[in-house]
Design a protein around this ligand. Structure first.
Ligand SMILES: CC(C)(COP(=O)(O)OP(=O)(O)OC[C@H]1O[C@@H](n2cnc3c(N)ncnc32)[C@H](O)[C@@H]1OP(=O)(O)O)[C@@H](O)C(=O)NCCC(=O)NCCS
Length: 173
């Protein structure tokens, strides 16, 4: 499995994915985004925001992982999120993708922490974060508006000093 920077050519597939409730999953806000909105968002790629397609060795596209920030850039933290094609879940791919993006972010950016929010009921996502070395910090109250209600989320984080070094990506000489 491999992570590849999302290209403009991937946007039609991404639009198909993101507008499907079964891709977004029951614990994340439903979205119906037009191709134009998706393109505008894609153009914003920056230090804070990066988007990647998760691909299998045979080239099939099975998921999406991204980093972004919801706070002032001076905070030196980034947040991650991920989504898998439902038929490809439970095979360890997301955990592998999350390890790669954590390695990539700590190797390439001067940040001190990476964080993630998950709905309290999203056990699969919590398992992914724990397998990658994130720690549960606490509950972020009413932070996800989903299916007409404000839901609490767990806030997870991994600090640079807790990161065990690149487990998949290796440092270039
Ligand atoms: C969350 C998600 C990305 C996980 O992807 P995945 O490829 O299945 O993840 P992995 O296979 O690497 O790991 C999932 C782990 O959760 C476990 N798991 C799955 N469902 C579970 C459940 N209901 N309760 C407890 N553990 C569960 C799996 O057994 C696995 O752990 P293991 O490797 O120790 O067996 C995927 O389910 C998804 O796309 N969900 C919808 C979108 C979403 O919720 N994204 C996260 C937003 S915060």
């Amino acid at each position: 499995m491999n992570l590849r920077v999302m290209e403009k050519e991937d946007l039609p597939l991404f639009a198909e994915w993101v507008n499907k409730p079964e891709f977004i999953g029951e614990y994340n806000p439903l979205r119906q985004l037009s191709r134009t909105e998706i393109e505008k968002n894609y153009e914003k790629s920056s230090f804070e925001q990066g988007e990647f397609i998760i691909e299998k060795k045979d080239g099939s596209k099975i998921g999406y992982v991204w980093h972004f920030t919801t706070v002032h850039p001076a905070a030196k933290l980034l947040e991650i999120g991920y989504f898998m094609v439902p038929s490809e879940t439970g095979k360890g791919y997301c955990s592998e993708a999350a390890k790669i993006i954590v390695d990539y972010l700590f190797l390439s950016k001067d940040i001190v922490r990476i964080q993630a929010h998950t709905d309290l009921r999203n056990a699969a996502s919590q398992k992914v974060l724990e397998k990658v070395g994130f720690r549960k910090e606490g509950i972020s109250r009413k932070s996800i508006f989903n299916r007409g209600e404000w839901r609490d989320a767990y806030l997870y984080s991994i600090l640079r000093e807790e990161w065990k070094g690149p487990r998949i990506l290796t440092k270039t000489p």
